[in-house]
Each structure stands twice: as structure tokens, then as C-alpha cells.
Design a protein around this ligand. Structure first.
Ligand code: NAD
Length: 435
């Protein structure tokens, strides 16, 4: 499945690969740079299992509808499967498989003791009432009960699901198991074992990755301009943190349009997607008459001449069609898969560094790991501790990837995949293939 973006109106069809095709291609590419057994690479091309379940739901009008749910488990050589559950009409076995592979690389590059999983239900969450969502989630938890668990597979929120969804999932699982087991999912509200700082974590890690990249290329954060596509959980948190560190955020956007001020926007004043959906557009409407602020399309935002571009909305927005027009010095991927394979090649030829999603936005799964530790130990960490440990994990992962970039002259993406693949391959070779 691909997620075409309204942000790029005329994208070549063949440029938009499915998550599975992209994940396999990236694995093959990384394998050419890493010294790993071809047998291990072959094994990693295939998920351990992909479970399909039927999820019946009684609608508010008394009729019954049956939805299809999936859970792909790619690889668990380093620990339990970990990855989101999404509610979206286009969820499919193939998409879940591809995304579960990405999670394997993401957990490995962060050196977390997890493998990759992903799942979801093919449903439009907007078509459900709150009570229907709760019933659907509880039944889905029951259908997946044998497959999940704190030491087996630990889901988390994703597109169309949130902390409340995870609380229902945890409750249903716990009721059936006969004991409270908060570590079965992460991304829960803190009152039922969730971690402080989980929601902000992918944006925070994206900001940390941007800061490290800026310093790597001998610039100061206080000197740079940043454009951020998408002002949601990832985009707004990244923008606000970089702003706090002295960067000038010159452009932000929501699904409708972008806002641009060459002197920098007050990103604290613009409500994020969660504070008020599509508020960038309404904020822009309120500014009509203010000549310093211009409205742009999402496509124009991507082509602004800024120091750092952070695509933090949806996948496949930097494509073969606009990669030549990207004027930013550095791209930091806040969203999952914002750069297509073809665009990546063009940016590499143009010497535009791309800090890959599996490193930049990995703060989410890293704080999920912290949540899992807190749940198992029945302790709650302070927000300060979470942020300190996240910073530490990000810097360690950054250093590991940077070492590959420096030693082998690889792109940041290839270096991140080599770090991940080497760790997974070492674990596989050490454990061996049984029988
Ligand atoms: P979100 O729903 O909080 O915000 C998305 C933002 O993007 C909103 O401002 C929305 O208006 C805008 N948007 C939506 N479609 C758009 C389009 N076609 N063009 C331009 N803007 C558009 O989402 P989020 O949680 O911030 O996730 C954003 C991206 O980051 C996704 O790719 C997601 O997979 C990835 N990600 C999220 C997390 C997480 O835990 N939230 C973790 C890792 C990666």
C-alpha cells in the first residue's frame, strides 16, 4: 500500500513503493555494505508470521459488521516484537509486514531489546462511535491474545489509535489473563502504567537528530532556519524544541496549507494538531493583513531554501518529481518514509544529507521501551528522567551511525541500516538456526 500525499500532486506512480518493497530493498542495500551471512539476509526478507483475524462488531443500530485485523511479526531475535496498531481503511497484511520490518531496523539501530511488529484493523476510525471503537478494540485484543504479551509482542498506538485505545486493549487482555498486565502495550495514559514524555518523544528525538546533524555540519542551532511539514505530534514537538534551542522555525503546515515567515514564526502560539486540528490554517486566517507572514502550499514548503527541512506529516512527500527542487541543506525525517527510494538517490547525488526516520523519530519506540521497563518494575519515572535517558539513547545511536558515516562514507540512511543489520545478524549468528 502507498500513502499518496496531497502535498505532492503529480507523483510518478512507479516512484511510490509499498512499505514491504521499500523495506526489502533497503535490507538488500544495507547487506551490500555490511559483512553479514547471506542466509541471515534471506531470513530477514520474510516475517516470522502474519496473523489475520476477523473482528466482529455490533454497531449502534444493532447490526453486526465484521472487520479484518492483522498482526505482522517480523523478527524477534533481539527480543519481543514491538510496533503499532493502526486503524485505517487501507491496512493490509502486506503493509503491516513492511512496517513490521521497519520496526525491526528501528529497534536495532536504537539498540533496544525488541524486534519488529505492526498490525491494525482495516477500518475508517472516523466511521465509529467511541463505544464502537472500544468494543472493536476489546475484541481485537481477544483475537490477538495468544500472539501478544509483555515478553512476546508489545503493541503501541499508531495511525487512528491513541492512548485510550491502548488502555482498552490492556484492560481486555488483563481481564482475560486474570491479572493486570500493563506491559502488554505501550503508549497508555500514565494513570494505567503509561510513561511521561511518550507522546512528545518522537518529536523530541527528531529535534535531537536535527541538532546533532546541524552540529556535525559545523553549524550552530541558533543560526539555522527550519521548515516543518505537519504540525502534529512529531512536527509541533520538534519545532517547539528547536525553537527553544534558538533555531528559527520559518515555516510549518497542516494538511491544508503552510505558513511562512522569513523572520521566524512563534511556534508556541500556533496550536498543534492535537491542541486544535488543522489550526495552522485557522491561525493563518487570523493573520490576514499581516504582511510578514505568507501562506504557501505544502509542496512549496518542501522546496523552501532553509537550513533544515523536517517532513513530519505523511510518507512519500519527497519524490523523484521534487527531489531536485529541495533547497534545504539537511533533511531530517520526522515522518515515517517521507522520502521515496528514487528521491533518496537524487538527494544523495546532490549531497543533501537525509537523517533517516529509523533514527530521527525513534524516540517514540525508545520511550515505549522505557514504559515497558516501568511496567515490568511497577515504577514510574519522572519526566526529567525519561527525557535524560532519551537524550542518552539518541546520542549513543547517533554516535554509532555517525561512526559508519565517517568510516565508510555511507549516507546516513545506509549507515543506520548497516548498524541495525549488523546487530540483528550478530544475534542471529550467535543464536544459530534451529533445528
Ligand atoms: P499527527 O496526526 O499528530 O499530525 C500530522 C500532521 O500532519 C497534522 O498537522 C496534519 O494536519 C498534517 N498532515 C496530514 N496529512 C498531510 C498531508 N498530506 N500533507 C501535509 N500535512 C499533512 O501525526 P503524527 O503522530 O505527528 O505523525 C506524523 C508522522 O510521524 C507519520 O508519518 C507517523 O507515522 C510518524 N511517526 C509518528 C510517531 C508518533 O508516535 N506520533 C512516531 C514515529 C513516527
Amino acid at each position: 500500500m502507498t500513502t499518496p500525499s496531497p502535498a505532492t500532486e503529480s507523483t510518478s506512480e512507479d516512484d511510490l513503493d509499498s512499505a514491504l518493497v521499500t523495506a526489502r530493498r533497503q535490507l538488500e542495500r544495507a547487506a551490500t555494505h555490511a559483512d553479514v551471512d547471506p542466509g541471515v539476509v534471506e531470513r530477514l526478507k520474510h516475517p516470522t508470521r502474519v496473523q489475520q483475524v476477523s473482528v466482529p462488531l455490533e454497531r449502534e443500530d444493532g447490526t453486526v459488521e465484521v472487520f479484518t485485523g492483522y498482526r505482522a511479526q517480523h523478527d524477534d531475535v533481539r527480543g519481543p516484537y514491538k510496533g503499532g496498531l493502526r486503524y485505517h481503511p487501507e491496512v493490509s497484511a502486506e503493509e503491516c509486514t513492511g512496517l513490521s520490518m521497519w520496526m525491526t531496523w528501528k529497534c536495532a539501530v536504537m539498540d533496544l531489546p525488541f524486534g519488529g511488529g505492526k498490525g491494525g484493523i482495516a477500518v475508517d476510525p472516523k466511521s465509529l462511535t467511541g463505544e464502537e471503537t472500544e468494543r472493536l478494540t476489546r475484541r481485537f485484543a481477544e483475537e490477538l491474545r495468544d500472539a501478544v504479551g509483555p515478553t512476546k509482542d508489545v503493541p503501541a498506538p499508531d495511525m487512528g489509535t491513541d492512548a485510550q485505545t491502548m488502555a482498552w486493549f490492556m484492560d481486555a487482555y488483563s481481564m482475560q489473563q486474570g491479572e493486570t498486565i500493563p506491559g502488554v502495550v505501550t503508549g497508555k495514559p500514565p494513570v494505567v502504567g503509561g510513561s511521561y514524555g511518550r507522546e512528545e518523544a518522537p518529536g523530541r528525538s527528531t529535534a535531537i537528530a536535527a541538532r546533532e546533524a546541524i552540529q556535525y555540519y559545523d553549524r550552530e542551532v541558533s543560526e539555522i532556519t527550519v521548515a516543518v511539514q505537519g504540525f502534529g505530534s512529531v512536527g509541533a514537538n520538534a519545532a517547539r524544541l528547536l525553537h527553544e534551542w534558538g533555531a528559527s522555525i520559518v515555516a510549518v503546515s497542516d494538511v491544508n496549507s503552510a505558513l511562512y515567515d522569513v523572520d521566524g514564526l512563534d511556534v508556541e502560539a500556533i496550536p498543534s494538531h492535537h491542541e486544535e486540528p488543522e489550526a495552522v490554517t485557522s491561525f493563518a486566517n487570523d493573520l490576514d493583513g499581516d504582511d510578514s507572514v505568507r501562506r504557501l502550499s505544502n509542496a512549496d514548503l518542501l522546496e523552501l531554501d532553509v537550513d533544515v527541512l523536517i517532513p513530519a506529516a505523511v510518507g512519500n512527500v519527497i519524490t523523484a518529481d521534487n527531489a531536485d527542487a529541495i533547497a534545504a541543506d539537511i533533511v531530517v525525517e520526522g515522518a515515517n518514509g517521507p522520502t521515496t527510494f528514487a528521491a533518496d538517490t537524487i538527494l544523495e547525488e546532490r549531497d543533501v544529507p537525509v537523517i533517516p526516520d529509523i533514527l530521527a523519530n525513534a524516540g517514540g519506540v525508545t520511550v515505549s521501551y522505557f514504559e515497558w521497563l516501568q511496567d515490568i518494575n511497577r515504577r514510574q519515572w519522572s519526566l526529567e528522567r525519561v527525557n535524560e535517558e532519551l537524550e542518552e539513547h539518541m546520542l549513543e545511536a547517533w554516535d554509532d551511525v555517525r561512526a559508519e558515516v565517517d568510516a565508510e562514507g555511507l549516507t546516513w540512511r545506509d549507515a543506520a541500516y548497516v548498524v541495525a543489520l549488523s546487530r540483528i545478524a550478530a544475534a542471529k549468528e550467535t543464536r544459530g538456526l534451529w533445528p
